[in-house]
Design a protein around this ligand. Structure first.
Ligand code: ADP
Length: 584
């Protein structure tokens, strides 16, 4: 295992510290040893100079050397000008004569030259390392040089004592510095560990993880860079998530069914529309095979064909869901991802089939409506041509029928035109402020004569003006159609119109005492060409389109139309429109 950065930092710094202390201690030791030696030489010199000055004139130089040796506690050597040793405190008297000539010993040579001579050397005489100091004796004596010596061990002992002291100091320094070092290293490695933990938290997706940026040294700057990176990453992630959500929303709200089928024919992804078209629960379990989910062999075949031919293929299929649903399916092999995924799009054709059917029904209805008056027109015209013109009694009746049928055709054409205008996409209203009560009263006045002829009353309940913003011509059409129906389908009694307002809207009710409409037919009377009593409607010149026109116009005004009725008692048609349009 790699040692921690904390341990490595500590070891490196501790080693550097140790080396520095060792070098310092070594240098100090060398200095101390030199100093101890100098000290030793100076002591010797201090003792030698007065001793040399006070040298008595004696015959037995060796005894003098011995005595001085005892006195000074150093080795004392006396030498004459020729280099012959006259006496030595540490050499036996009888061996003095054997001592070799000392004139060339460096310290002796210096003293002979009149200077203080010093040397550190192994004594050939004693076999010991000695420190020598030789001083010249006053002139005119037999003794020319007094030399003092002491073993080097004295200076060495002093140096050793000093070394011990240095070592203790070094140890104390080490003991003082190591905790400091540990603390400093711990602080730095702690900051690194903190950065590491922040990086881990960021990687784990914690958006609140932030590194420390203070103090602003290298680690602080690294922390700043990490934070900057995190913010950038977050922003990029947010943008991606937003994009993904938008894409998901588009997919989810598409009415088309979209699915991605992977190369093992499993549903990798799909939208709600896909599940709904197939009448299956959403979402499918991950990895569900399309064959199990859809159970439409033609779809499997379509996907296989798209793969085989490596191009988009299309087909109209029927899905065997709850209701048999016609769809247009497109299978497109996707090049992306390296696999052989296929994008399947199902477009629901039910609505367009329904519209087709409505269109066909409408054409059939219109043809049917046209056929009756046209047949009768042709019949009466042929009768007139085949001698009917000569029949003075009946020809006027025939021509009247022809006119009535033409009127009926005209009414039908008129109503169809109105419906077509209203149903055109983007049909607009010419809104203007108007008084609904006045509009209704004027229409009622137009119907009064017809009502009276039919033995009916026609009343508009009195009340205040009712201001609305609406399309005058279209509203007149609505009221006229309702009044027309009320008069048409009432035998006895009369028609009453009431108006009023409720929470920002105006309402109008047309009540009659007519035949009424059975409950099961009420919702259908607003359909095109729907009639409760076909014979009666035809007889009265109805087209079967009046109420669907009413419903359309009120719808364009954002209003509602409804009917309440009791068979044999009468009906009440009511419409309600906002007093001002929503966008005003
Ligand atoms: P029509 O031209 O046949 O009157 P409408 O669309 O106006 O066509 O009406 C559809 C059908 O609703 C009518 O044929 C009639 O059977 C029924 N209906 C409409 N108004 C009334 C009413 N006031 N009383 C009874 N039945 C009505």
């Amino acid at each position: 295992m790699t040692p921690s950065i904390r341990l490595r930092l500590f070891l490196v710094q501790a080693l550097v510290l140790l080396a520095a202390l060792a070098v310092v201690t070594l240098l100090a030791f060398r200095q101390q040893r030199a100093w101890a030696l100098r000290e030793s030489e100076e002591t010797l010199q201090h003792a030698a100079l007065p001793a040399a000055a006070r040298l008595p004139a004696v015959a037995d130089w060796d005894s003098l050397a011995d005595r001085l040796g005892d006195e000074l506690a150093f080795r004392v050597t006396l030498m004459d000008r020729a280099g012959r040793v006259l006496g030595d405190s540490q050499v036996e008297r009888d061996r003095i004569a054997e001592v070799e000539n000392h004139a060339h010993r460096p310290e002796m040579a210096a003293a002979l030259a009149g200077r203080v001579g010093q040397a550190v050397r192994r004594s050939a005489t004693l076999g010991l390392d000695l420190v020598y100091v030789a001083v010249p004796a006053p002139a005119g004596r037999e003794v020319a040089v007094l030399r003092l010596a002491e073993p080097l061990t004295v200076a060495a002992a002093m140096a050793a004592a000093l070394l011990r002291l240095s070592l203790w100091v070094a140890l104390a320094a080490l003991l003082l510095t190591l905790p400091l070092l540990l603390w400093a290293v711990g602080r730095h490695s702690g900051r690194i560990a903190e950065l590491e933990s922040v990086a881990h938290r960021l990687a784990a997706g914690d958006p609140a993880a932030r590194a420390r940026e203070i103090p602003a040294d290298e680690l602080g700057r690294l922390g700043h860079a990490v934070n900057h990176m995190a913010e950038q990453g977050r922003a990029r992630l947010d943008a991606l998530e937003r994009e993904r959500d938008e894409r998901e929303a588009i997919l989810a709200h598409m009415s088309d069914g979209v699915a991605l089928v992977d190369d093992h024919a499993r549903v990798a992804r799909m939208n709600r529309g896909f599940a709904e078209l197939l009448g299956m629960p959403m979402p499918a379990a991950p990895g569900t095979a399309l064959r199990e989910f859809a159970r439409v062999p033609e779809l499997d075949e379509l996907i296989a064909r798209a793969r085989r031919e490596d191009r988009p293929v299309e087909a109209d299929l029927r899905l065997w869901a709850a209701a048999q649903r016609p769809v247009h399916a497109t299978a497109t092999p996707l090049p992306a991802g390296g696999g052989r995924s296929v994008l399947v799009v199902l477009h629901d054709l039910s609505e367009s089939e329904r519209l087709d059917r409505v269109r066909q029904d409408f054409v059939a209805n219109v043809s049917h409506e046209l056929r009756t008056p046209l047949t009768s027109l042709r019949g009466y015209a042929e009768t007139l041509l085949d001698g009917g013109l000569e029949d003075a009694e009946r020809r006027e009746g025939f021509v009247r029928v022809i006119r009535d049928q033409a009127v009926r055709l005209e009414a039908l054409a008129e109503d169809l035109l109105v419906l077509a205008t209203l149903e055109r996409p983007g049909a607009t209203l010419h809104r203007e402020p108007l008084n609904l009560r006045e509009l209704v009263e004027r229409q009622a006045a137009g119907f009064r004569a017809r009502a009276r002829q039919a033995g009916l009353t026609l009343e508009v309940a009195p009340g205040p003006a009712l201001a609305v913003t609406a399309d005058r011509v279209r509203l007149e059409q609505v009221v006229a159609n309702l009044l027309d129906n009320a008069v048409k389908y009432t035998e006895r009694g009369g028609v009453t119109v009431r108006l009023g307002e409720a929470e920002g809207s105006a309402w109008c009710e047309v009540s009659d005492t007519g035949s009424g409409i059975p409950a099961e037919e009420r919702s259908r009377v607003f359909e095109r060409f729907y009639r409760v009593d076909k014979a009666r409607s035809r007889e009265k010149g109805g087209t079967g389109l009046g109420l669907s026109i009413v419903k359309h116009i009120i719808g364009l005004h954002d209003g509602e139309v409804s009917v309440q009725s009791r068979v044999g008692e009468g009906s009440t048609f009511r419409f309600e429109i906002p007093r001002a349009p929503a966008d005003a």
